[in-house]
Structure formats: C-alpha cells, structure tokens
Design a protein around this ligand. Sequence first.
Ligand code: SAM
Length: 279
Amino acid sequence: MTETLLETPTATDTADTAEATEAAEAFAGGFGAAVTEAYSDALAEVYDDIYPSTPDLEDIGTYLLTLTEPGASVLELGVGTGRVAIPLADQGFEVHGVETSERMLARLAQKDPQGRITPVHGDLTTLDLGRTFDVVLAPFNVLCCAMAVDEQIAMMHALARNVAADGHVVVETFDPSDYHVQKRNELTTYPLGDRGTMIESVGVLPASQNMMLQNTLFLDGGVPRSATTVMRYLWPSELDLLAAIARLELVGRYSGWREQPFDGGDSRKMCVSVFRPLA
Ligand SMILES: C[S@@+](CC[C@H](N)C(=O)[O-])C[C@H]1O[C@@H](n2cnc3c(N)ncnc32)[C@H](O)[C@@H]1O
C-alpha cells in the first residue's frame, strides 16, 4: 500500500522556458545501463517489499499460453528479483532472465534455489544470446529504464533479435498520460515492513519524456540512503514506431493481462503491447 504525501515545486514550473529545454536536453544522449545498474543495486534488498509478489501475476503466464504452448521458452528482459519469472517457472515455462544488477540477480538466486530460471548478467541495449525464444517479455516498464530514445531503440532491436520467427514480443509499460502533465514533484511513501520506509520523489521533464526518481531509504534506524535514476516514458504510439524500426508489428494491445480493452488516458492502468516479427 503506498501513500502520496505532498507536492513540492520543481523546474517543470518553467516548462516553457529555455532552462526547461536545457534540462530536457541534458539526457538526450543517455548514459547507458550504468545508472540503472547502480539504482537497482541500491534497491535490490527492498525491491520485494516495494513491489510484493501477488497472485494476479499468474495472469501473465495464463495470457502467454494464448500465444504459445505449455513449456515454451520465455526470455524476460529486466528480470529483477524474479517477481514475474518465478510464477512463470511455476506455470511450467522455461524461463531465462536478463538483468544488469548483480544484486537483483543475487536476490533471484535466493528465491530460486532449484535454479529453474537461467540468469543472464547483461545489458538489454546490446543483448544477443545467439538463440531465440518463443516469447520475449519486457514487463513492468523495463523499456522505460532508459534516459534517451536511442537506448530504447537498441532495446527494441534486442527484443526482435532474440525472438523466434513465429514467436511474440510482449511489452508492458505504464500509461504516461498523467505524468506528462504533472507540474510538480510528487512524493510517495512505501512502507518496508518492520525495516522502515522509502520515500520516492518523481519529477517530470515533458519535453524529453524523462522522469527523475529520487528514492530515500530509511532502513533499520540507520542513516538515510539515496538512490536516483532517470527513466524515459513511452507513449503506446511511440512504442509501435520503435517496434516498426525493429521490424516488429503490433498484434494486440490491452490495459491488463486479462486482455482488458486499452483506451488510454489513465495512468493507473498499464499498457500491454504484443508484437510479432515481420517476415
Ligand atoms: C522495474 S524493474 C522490473 C523487474 C521485474 N521484471 C519485475 O517485474 O519485478 C526493471 C528491471 O530491469 C533492469 N534493467 C533496466 N535496464 C536494464 C538494462 N539496460 N539491462 C539489463 N537490465 C536492465 C533493472 O535493473 C530492473 O531490475
């Protein structure tokens, strides 16, 4: 359960000024996976408290069975601590998971002592496993873990490179509608059980579609620790363009894993996009 705390002023108040444009341009080249890696390393020990596993995660595997056969191979990009991968393995899929953060992979190994999930320590922007998978899955905003669009194009190429000719690429992103018009930093608290709490501050640069996330961890009564990253949100139409660049075509779009219709404009809902390789 999270709670939005309060609003503080940000540079987005000056969104129509030269400073805002400069700030937006600051991320234009991207900084690669290093920023994400440091951020994920910092949050790995509390990731499962922030985003706990829930029974509805089984809906992902149930949906994938409409695209492929039981026991099919799934490559999850940005596997994290296995929140999605473990239910997929429980449902009988052969799961491989790519991740840049070694601390996330260490958590995954603790949660998967039988080694059902094949971990791959690597960078999604350059990934080529030399084989293909029935499904290549990028859940929970993994494609938004980038500062600049060129990194996102590289990720989309990696998705396309690793999917079978008759396979599917499945991408889950948040609907950015509300964030795009957010004028001030928003603070949200995440309770971390008896260990403490985390406060997340999110500011938005609409000109470059960047969000800066600043997380402060108050853990075990110790000195607060900070972790910062920058993401770049994607509009569904933009996702289709990136997919076309990587020679993928859209075959389905939903606002959830139960194939709920996607109508857009509601940031409380996710966007599930399904692509297949062009011949
Ligand atoms: C929002 S988390 C999602 C984790 C997991 N899929 C889930 O649903 O809980 C995104 C994950 O992708 C990883 N990631 C982001 N960019 C990456 C990159 N360029 N290469 C490899 N992993 C990356 C992050 O380290 C993080 O663990």
